[in-house]
Design a protein around this ligand. Structure first.
Ligand code: ADP
Length: 537
């Protein structure tokens, strides 16, 4: 049948237009490196974003040309999030925590032409400068220090442009943004998001059960804008006209709680390690923060321990878990409790919340084992595969990675998972983190989550360490809570009724901290290196 609806391209342009025209009075709040606060509105962001787009156009950025950013979470980065793609360019968010060689690799691999860098991040640029060749480098005055003369000033670049910008006619499948995976388990790979994928992903973030973002929200975006598309929050917040709080370089628990209290935050998003810190700060400082409005936290990027849900519930803070990857823009699942499960016991509810949720609309998930697709029985595990409109179809110029997609087009995530009869996915582990002991598999995530449920433990990471007889055995690295003392025997006793004997760690290391990845997850590759020659007794 012919003659249906308009062929209306899904691009970032209408989202930017909404933010500027409908929500011009709503604030975007940025925390500077000295913790002072800069306030502007979506009207300012709109005007400056169009200026940036015009400046890029005048500077010769054409369709598909890459412009890199090396920036913290603040308003100028938000301008880049929109300004580069609506000018027809592709924003490449350089992950400022990567090793200089990897930064250079990603910039060269993406063929970045320009760089926009925060003044305070110039030392990071200097660390890989000799290995790259940007045509122009613009320095944004975020920290307020004098900008060395050899660089162009971002504000001058904007002021030199006029207000005559006209959007090019973008197609929805054109590239808008490129992000590289953070390399937790290997070399960074580029993921290119289309306008369409970003638009649909933002719409999905407004669904209750995902982030459920609405106009009245005050969003604290603790997901780094230099990684995994900033979890899409800059786009969704602008589209909905939700007040946006960008914490700059500061993600310490007390600083986050100060922002939550002062700005009336209703939704905070970031990796679980942040919220483990927040819970401890709340426990150690009773009554210090008054959280006036109901606060919900969306946590993803690593498994959320059940103890964290329980702990924050005691402060009236509701945590919801989502699962996703750079390759899935990143949100792919929703940690909702189905209405048909309402009325289950409190313990059962925590068990459901500790799973990674059901697929978000339009995202499909399946678990594959050697025999084929695994049944939804909560037991059979295999590799999780996904597909959907905001799932990558390939990596940027990396034909050797073609085997990450199945013949019928599903993306192989590298995560090991089960699905229960209700469709809830449970991530058992990353395949590279599973511990193989005497032919049986042990989930490092299960052990970690259980250990973090011990009242004296703040953090725990479990790795498989080579063993002469069993191939690998679990070794746990544990950080005790401030002022608490805990011994290996206590932990073994605590785990005894939750695991089979052969699954229990054979060694406990007590440490003051656990190494982190560029975005704050436990860096288990580093621990594996450190304990590779561990002598089992
Ligand atoms: P990297 O793989 O370098 O860490 P990503 O940030 O893309 O980069 O991480 C995606 C991975 O993070 C997933 O494949 C999965 O292993 C893990 N992950 C994300 N969300 C969750 C979650 N809710 N529970 C457990 N693991 C998660």
């Amino acid at each position: 049948m012919r003659g249906t609806m308009m062929d209306f391209p899904l691009t970032l342009v209408p989202m930017l237009e909404r933010a500027g025209k409908l929500f011009g009075g709503v604030e975007v709040v940025s925390q500077r490196p000295d913790r002072s606060i800069a306030r502007c509105t979506y009207a300012d962001v709109y005007r400056r974003t169009r200026r940036l787009a015009r400046a890029l156009e005048l500077a010769g950025i054409g369709r598909g040309d890459r412009v890199a950013t090396l920036m913290w979470n603040h308003a100028a980065h938000l301008e880049c999030y929109f300004g580069i793609p609506v000018a027809g360019g592709v924003m490449h968010t350089l992950n400022l925590r990567l090793h200089p060689n990897d930064l250079a690799f990603t910039a060269n691999h993406a063929r970045d032409r320009f760089l926009i860098v925060d003044d305070v991040l110039l030392p990071v640029y200097e660390s890989f400068r000799a290995q790259v060749n940007f045509e122009r480098v613009f320095v944004a005055p975020f920290g307020g220090a004098a900008i060395p003369r050899e660089f162009e000033h971002y504000e001058d670049f904007l002021s030199a442009a006029d207000d005559e910008f006209e959007y090019p006619e973008l197609e929805e499948n054109e590239a808008a943004v490129v992000c590289f995976t953070s390399g937790t388990t290997g070399k960074a790979k580029g993921v290119v998001y289309s306008h369409r994928a970003l638009v649909l992903h933002s719409l999905a973030e407004c669904i209750d059960g995902t982030f459920g973002i609405s106009h009245g929200d005050v969003i604290l975006a603790c997901s780094s804008m230099f990684h995994a598309n900033g979890w899409g929050l800059p786009y969704t917040a602008a589209m909905m006209g939700a007040k946006l709080i960008l914490p700059g370089p500061h993600l310490d628990a007390e600083g986050l709680l100060d922002l939550i209290e002062r700005e009336g935050v209703t939704l905070a998003a970031g990796v679980p390690t942040l919220w483990i810190g927040v819970l401890q700060a709340l426990e150690n400082n009773p009554g210090r923060w008054k959280i006036a409005r109901p606060l919900r936290i969306v946590s993803g990027g690593a498994a959320v321990p059940e103890a964290l849900f329980r702990g924050l519930d005691r402060f009236g803070i509701r945590v919801r878990q989502i699962w996703g990857m750079t390759e899935t823009a990143p949100m792919a699942s929703m940690g909702t409790i189905k209405s048909t499960l309402a009325g289950c016991s409190e313990d059962q509810e925590y068990k459901i919340r500790a799973k990674q949720g059901i697929p978000a609309p339009f995202v499909e998930m399946r678990v594959m084992c050697p025999e084929g697709e695994a049944p939804w029985d909560d037991k059979t595990f295999g590799e999780l595969e996904v597909r959907g409109p905001w799932v990558a179809a390939s990596y940027l110029d990396a034909p050797e990675t073609g085997d990450r997609w199945s013949k019928d087009g599903w993306f192989r995530t590298g995560d090991v998972a089960t699905i229960d009869p209700e469709g809830y996915v449970r991530i058992v582990d990353r395949s590279k983190d599973m511990i193989k002991s005497g032919g049986e598999w042990i989930s490092s995530v299960d052990l970690e989550n259980a250990l973090m449920g011990h009242p004296a433990v703040s953090e725990a990471a479990v790795i498989g360490v080579p063993h002469p007889k069993w191939q690998e055995r679990p070794l746990a690295v544990v950080v005790a809570k401030k002022g608490a003392e805990v011994k290996a025997e206590d932990l073994l006793l605590f785990l005894a009724d939750k695991f089979a004997k052969w699954q229990l760690p054979d060694a406990f290391i007590f440490a003051s901290e656990i190494p982190r990845t560029s975005v704050g997850k436990f860096l288990k590759t580093k621990l594996r290196e450190e304990y590779a020659n561990w002598e089992w007794k």
